[in-house]
Design a protein. Structure first.
Ligand code: NAD
Length: 243
């Protein structure tokens, strides 16, 4: 039996599968990851992504932050790929109880997934740091290629994307709820993540279920702990799942 057949068998028998993913889930939609072979860590920019996407840079060097953010983190034309679509289909069929993602691109919801834990927030939500008013991506996108930074149309306060920057904590209630989903799962399917970013990657330690599945282009430090390891493109692999 090959690994795809094993994957299908495990998913067919499970009544509670949880998916946990990262930037690799969206590379087939044209959004670069960080640590993959053509990821943002390999692209020349004046500062490394972890520096620019930090709370300190957002407050001290907003012009550099916004230039990087609009150029490298926001892809308005990106569409869900076969991985997002299959996961949404699995949820609809009652085969998937949650998607937990480190991504901020909103493509799981665009594909139709409803139970999505966005551990690192979303580019689609932005809020005024003064009055708390929320703004969609379209509002702040108007500031792209200008020298102005996004400000609130009510009070003139600075707008921040509702994404978790380096040096910022995760939403603890959201994270606890994601931990609970992982603790209760029979099957944990992990994909498109280097499992290098904590505390998100620490979710795997909470899994007590029957089968851990890892789907990633490259190997990860958790490969030895998994029951099924498939190295390849997650969209191509999940498109072979029969539900
Ligand atoms: P990462 O860049 O550290 O790792 C991505 C992993 O996915 C790599 O191991 C790579 O080999 C693998 N990969 C790439 N394409 C793949 C594919 N088609 N199929 C299977 N595997 C594939 O990503 P991470 O672990 O999610 O951590 C990066 C952080 O950056 C996260 O916190 C995330 O919020 C953020 N980020 C998000 C986006 C997005 O929202 N789409 C994009 C870039 C970075």
């Amino acid at each position: 039996m090959d690994n795809i057949e094993k994957l299908n068998e495990v998913l067919k028998e499970s009544n509670d599968t949880v998916f946990f993913g990262g930037a690799g889930v969206s590379t087939e939609s044209g959004i670069p990851d960080f640590r993959g072979e053509s990821g943002l860590f390999s692209v020349a920019f004046d500062y490394p992504p972890e520096t620019v996407l930090s709370h300190r840079f957002f407050t001290k060097r907003p012009e550099v932050f916004w230039e990087f953010y609009f150029q490298r983190m926001v892809y308005t034309d990106a569409k869900p790929n076969q991985a997002h679509l299959k996961l949404a289909e699995m949820e609809k069929a009652g085969k998937l109880s949650a998607v937990i993602t480190q991504n901020i691109d909103g493509l799981h919801q665009a594909a139709g997934s409803r139970i999505v834990f966005e551990l690192h927030g979303s580019i689609h939500r932005n809020y005024c740091m003064e009055c708390g008013k929320f703004f969609p991506l379209e509002y702040i996108y108007k500031f792209k290629n200008t020298t102005r930074k996004p400000v609130c149309d009510e009070c003139g306060g600075i707008i921040k994307p509702d994404v978790v920057l380096y040096q910022e904590p995760l939403d603890q209630i959201l994270f606890s709820n994601a931990v609970k989903k992982v603790e209760e799962a029979e099957v944990l399917m992990v994909g498109g993540t280097s499992l290098n970013v904590y505390p998100a990657a620490g979710l795997l330690r909470h899994f007590n279920g029957d089968h851990l599945i890892l789907i990633n282009k490259s190997s990860t430090r958790y490969d030895a702990n998994a029951d099924i390891v498939i190295h390849g493109k997650i969209g191509e692999i999940l498109s072979q799942v029969d539900i």
